[in-house]
Design a protein around this ligand. Structure first.
Ligand SMILES: Nc1ncnc2c1ncn2[C@@H]1O[C@H](COP(=O)(O)OP(=O)(O)O)[C@@H](O)[C@H]1O
Ligand SMILES: [Mg+2]
Length: 276
């Protein structure tokens, strides 16, 4: 059990205690605890079907758990009416797994969706201005705004999804497998973007990923989901020191070794004092 104090501690942006989720007979989470600290990139890793996406949905109040207690930014997210969640949900942005954009809307219109939802009276010129700013902030060319998702590459779609998640200037960003489907170069560029946005905007990031390179490159701490709960959390070095077989196989297997070697290579080639 964690010895960190619960919920109202300002440095803990997300606190989950005793979470239990089931679907019929299937137990997905049982006795799951975690806490995410302000300003960190908190990676969540685990085998397929271990409940990473369900965990994220529980935290943002879209999945009602069987038991447990969840606080985000000091507020509970379980058993809340939708109207009670409005002020809180304005403070986070979400990129869902698969992160689909609305295909009939342009990039700029996609980014405006959360703005229109929460601020019904914003003048169109301001909506356009905010969307244009978010588009550029996520590294898309300025002329991407009027394009439709079908006209974009995979990496550009992800950026547009990120621009939409950042529409409301959130404190907290939830990303579910953001680099899935990108080639290694596109994935590395997206990692860099997440890291630089986290630094410049002071974001806290809850990042679900399968991507070992992402875990190595940008996560401050990594939580491992197995056996229905978070079985270990720490830096990758700390995780490597645990003897859980899944952790050892995952991080020390061929792909883990390759990711570790890539990081060492990149660090060795970085001029001193530069920020990646
Ligand atoms: N709405 C649902 N109804 C029934 N089963 C679900 C539902 N959502 C997820 N599950 C099941 O819960 C388990 C965890 O799912 P998920 O969180 O999506 O896993 P992952 O770790 O791959 O993201 C899976 O076995 C999945 O089939
Ligand atoms: Mg998932």
């Amino acid at each position: 059990m964690s010895t960190r104090p619960p919920a109202d501690t300002p440095d803990d942006v997300i606190v989950v205690r005793g979470l239990r989720n089931t679907f019929g007979e299937q137990v997905v989470h049982d006795g799951l605890d975690l806490e995410v600290r302000r300003g960190e990139i908190y990676g969540v890793v685990g085998g397929s079907g271990t409940g990473k996406s369900v965990l994220m949905r529980s935290i943002i109040g879209l999945q009602k758990p069987d038991a447990g207690d969840i606080h985000v930014l000091g507020d509970p997210t379980i058993d809340r009416e939708e109207t009670e969640m409005v002020d809180l949900s304005k403070r986070w942005g979400v990129l869902f797994q698969g992160g689909a954009l609305f295909s009939t809307l342009t990039v700029a219109e996609n980014v405006q969706v959360p703005l229109r939802e929460f601020y019904k009276k914003l003048p169109p010129a301001l909506l356009d201005e905010i969307a244009a700013y978010k588009v550029v902030m996520t590294g898309l060319p300025a002329d991407a705004g009027p394009k439709y998702p079908s006209q974009l590459s995979g990496g550009m779609k992800k950026r547009a999804g990120l621009a939409r998640a950042l529409a409301l200037d959130p404190d907290l960003l939830f990303l579910d497998e953001p680099t899935a489907g990108l080639d290694p170069i596109g994935a590395a560029a997206f990692d860099d973007l997440i890291k630089s946005l986290q630094r410049t905007l002071g974001l806290t990031v809850f990042l679900i990923t399968h991507d070992l390179d992402t875990l190595y490159a940008i996560c401050d701490r990594v939580a491992v989901l197995a056996d229905h709960k978070v079985i270990a959390v720490g830096t990758i070095d700390e995780l490597l020191a645990t003897d859980h077989p899944w952790i050892q196989e995952y991080f020390r297997g061929p792909r883990g070794r390759a990711a570790s070697a890539t990081l060492e290579h990149n660090e060795a080639n970085e001029p001193a004092g530069t920020e990646s």
